[in-house]
Structure formats: C-alpha cells, structure tokens
Write a protein that binds this ligand. Structure first.
Ligand code: NAD
Length: 429
C-alpha cells in the first residue's frame, strides 16, 4: 500500500533512476575522456562518499503526525568539510540531491575553496506548512543527521525553499546539542547570529560578474543588452536588480505562478517592492502576463534560468533566441540540449562557475565565524568579485585554448582539482 500525503511525494526513488543523477554522471563521463581520467578515480568520483536518508516525523498544527523524507549526501570528503545547500521541494529525491552534491564538488574545485561537495533536501512543499511546522521539521531533520554534520564535517546553506531562518534553526539545534554556540555549522545565517554581510546577494552578484565578462568576450555593450530571467527568488531577483543597475533591460521574468514581459524593460525595484508586498509577479502593472511555457523563448541577449533544473531540454533548445545563457540555477540544461546550444552558437556560462558566488561568500562566512572576526560588506564584495573574475578567466582560457565548451572546461578544472588532491592523499589503507 502506498501512503499518500498532500505535503510531499510518498515514494523516494533510488539513485540510478534519477534523471538529475544520470545527467551529472554523463557530464562526469564526458570530462573524464577529455582529461584522460584514471578508471579507478572515475569510479571513486561517480558515486557519493556518504549518503543518509532519514524519515522525519513531526507533529502538525492540527495534532496529526506526518512523516517526511530527508536526505544529506556528501559526494566527497577529500578537500575539506562537505559544503552545500539544503533544499525544500516536493519533488526532491536521493538522485537529485546526489547530482547537486557532485556539482558542488566541482564548483568548490573551480573556486579553489577548501570544501568538498555536499547537498541535502527534504521532500516537502514549504508553502503548505506553517512557520511552526517548518521549524519542527528543520529541527528534527537536524537531529536526524547530527552524526554526519558539523563545522569540520558538513556545513549546510540555504537553497531553493530554505532561507536564513532555516539556517538559524539548524544552528540553534546543533548548538543546543553540543552545548555551546556554533555559528560555523551553517552559512547563509542572519547577520545577527554570525551571518556574513552580502551573503544573501552573493549568488546573484556572481552571476552578474560572469555575464558582464561574457558580454565583453562577445563584444556586446551592456547598454545594448536585454535579459530574461526564470525565477524571482534569491538568485533571480538579485540578478535582476544587479543587471538593471548596470543598464541591462530585463524584458521578461517568471516564477512558479506566472510570468511577466515588457519589451521596453521591467522596472525591477518597483517589481521587487510589488512582490515583497505579497502581490503576484505576473499581475505587476509595469508589464503584461505571458504564458510561462514561452518565457525561455522570449528573444534576448542573456537568458538566465534561476529556478529549477532540466528546464532547457532537447525539445525547447532549438527555439531559444538568446546569445548567452547564464546558469543561475543548478543543472538547468540537459546534456542533449547542450549539444544543440553548441550547434546554434549560444555561449553557456555553466552553473558550476556562474552561480559559485554563493558558496564563495559562504566560505567567507565560515572563515569569519571560525576567526570571530567580521568583514565589511565592501571587503566581502571586493573579494567575491576578484575570485569570480579569476575563475571566469581560467575557465574561458581553457575553453579557448583547448576548443572546449565553457561547461566542459569548467568541469575539467573542477574535477582535476579534486583528482589532484585525491592523488596526493593516496588511497587508504
Ligand atoms: P528560491 O527558493 O529563493 O527561489 C526559487 C524561485 O524559483 C522562486 O521565484 C520560485 O517561484 C521559482 N520557481 C519554482 N518553480 C518554478 C517553475 N516551475 N517555473 C518558474 N519558476 C519557478 O531559490 P534560490 O535560492 O533562488 O535558488 C534557485 C536556483 O539557484 C536553484 O537551482 C539553486 O540550487 C540555485 N542556487 C542557489 C544559491 C543560493 O545562494 N541561494 C546558490 C547557488 C545556486
């Protein structure tokens, strides 16, 4: 008998059945050939070092008990504590979390951060739970995975469906368990309890730095550029703001419940205020509602998927009318779509480079918490820009010199960094 619940998907599918995991594996196999990776090392990298699946019983506000499925995956522990977000989404499963953890390994490798890749998730629609139910869910999940997390083991951060408040509950639960205040167990916390200035905006800022560099490479002036953004959460809304400030017109934007277009450019600060006041994005008077299935196909210079994975597929890739894709989301483009985009001459700034600003400032936050020495927002932004530009130019140079796509070049740099560390450490025992 299958137990059905209105809150989450009832049956967790296994690893190899997952399209996201298959996609991450296919990318790894492709790059393994390019860098001539040893077969034994490929086997070690193809599956996670450690995965934990937990059931999380919580008392709902009406007195019933509900059980949710949660996951924490540590792809590798070679380069330092595993690091990666915690996602609350009804469709999340072990395969998707594993793919995301693997991508985090390569991302930390490209950015030269002393972290390995990790990721977590709970199969839940957070919009259907009250704040107190979400708090109980988060605290109980933390308790269930307590044995494998910690500032030297595995450090979580916000992702889709989670935020600073979620991180504060995790930090508090962990601190209560170990008996002292431990802000460095999570990043992306509120600034009042050891969060880093500029962390909330970091991913969108990093996406913007990459876009500006790519426009230079493509010889296109920002003032002559337009953008379409899918997602108006943390990454999407900050990217919109940053691009708008630099004179790039946002001609369409969409989120879960609808999309909005305006060929003359949407007034992003006004849209932000409209959405923050609880109104629906697609009802904003400074544009017209457009069907969400057409959003990605609106003509523009830069297309920015900043919501879900696998939204650019072999089916819709032929209809895209952009010059550049900047992947704010993780895993938005399937490998089959990649081939079509390459044929069409569309440049892709891959997720593991483009959205790496988040984990980079998470690293800054972790360092500040350990040192108990906090930086100014200006210091944070300056260091973020330095590291993003440096990573972009290393990926771009490899792509040009070896004739690789930006994705393959980024994967090659990320995988090679992890492999170099594995080789130096050797194989225990
Ligand atoms: P978020 O929860 O703040 O926002 C998600 C947005 O996606 C919302 O606007 C939501 O309405 C929209 N969305 C959901 N379903 C959609 C659908 N079917 N169609 C269109 N829009 C839809 O999440 P976020 O933190 O902005 O993360 C977005 C993506 O960026 C994820 O892939 C995440 O892994 C990635 N990412 C986030 C960070 C970070 O620091 N937050 C860092 C790196 C990568």
């Amino acid at each position: 008998m299958v137990l059905h619940s209105p809150y989450h998907s009832p049956v967790p599918p296994m690893l190899d059945d997952s399209p996201s995991f298959q996609m991450a594996r296919r990318q790894l196999d492709t790059v393994a050939e390019v860098i001539n990776l040893d077969k034994g090392l490929l086997q070690r990298l193809a599956y996670p070092k450690r995965s934990m699946m937990v059931s999380i019983p919580i008392r709902m506000d009406d007195g019933r008990t509900e059980v949710f499925f949660g996951y924490r995956v540590q792809h590798s522990l070679t380069s330092g504590p595993s690091k990666g977000g915690l996602r609350y989404h009804p469709g999340i499963d072990i395969g998707e979390v594993t793919a995301l953890a693997m991508w985090m390994s390569w991302k930390c490798g490209i950015m030269n951060l002393p972290f390995s890749g990790g990721k977590g998730g709970i199969a839940v629609d957070p919009a259907k739970l009250s704040k107190s139910e979400l708090e109980r869910l988060t605290r109980r999940f933390t308790e269930e995975v307590l044995s494998i997390i910690g500032p030297r083991q595995d450090v979580m951060a916000p992702d889709m469906g989670t935020n600073e408040q979620t991180m504060a509950w995790i930090m508090d639960t962990y601190s209560m368990k170990i008996g002292y205040c431990c802000p460095e167990v999570v990043t992306g916390k509120p600034v009042e309890i050891g969060g880093c200035l500029g962390r909330r905006e970091a991913t969108g800022r990093g996406v913007t730095y990459c876009i500006l560099e790519a426009l230079k490479d493509l010889n296109i002036a920002p003032s002559h550029s337009t953008a379409v953004v899918q997602g108006f959460g943390n990454v999407g809304s900050v990217t919109c703001q940053e691009l708008h400030q630099r004179g790039i017109r946002i001609v369409a934007v969409g989120e879960q419940h609808g999309s909005l277009g305006n060929p003359n450019g949407i007034d992003i600060p006004l849209l932000r205020a409209w959405v923050d006041s609880g109104k629906k994005l697609h009802e904003f008077p400074g544009g017209v509602a457009i069907p969400s299935e057409q959003l990605l196909e609106v003509p523009c210079t830069v297309l920015i998927p900043a919501a879900l994975d696998r939204v650019i597929t072999a089916e819709n890739a032929p209809r895209l009318r952009c010059t550049l894709i900047a992947e704010g989301a993780n895993g938005p483009t399937t490998p089959d779509a990649d081939i079509i985009l390459q044929e069409k001459g569309i440049m892709v700034i891959p997720d593991i480079l483009c959205n790496a600003g988040g984990v980079t400032v998470s690293y800054f936050e972790w360092v500040q918490d350990i040192q108990q020495l906090m930086w100014s927002e200006e210091q944070v932004n300056r260091k973020l820009e330095d590291l993003m530009l440096n990573a972009y130019s290393r990926v771009r140079n490899l792509s040009v010199t070896r004739g690789l796509t930006m994705r393959t070049a980024a994967l090659a740099l990320g995988v090679q960094k992890v492999v170099a560390e594995m080789n130096k450490r050797g194989l225990f025992p």
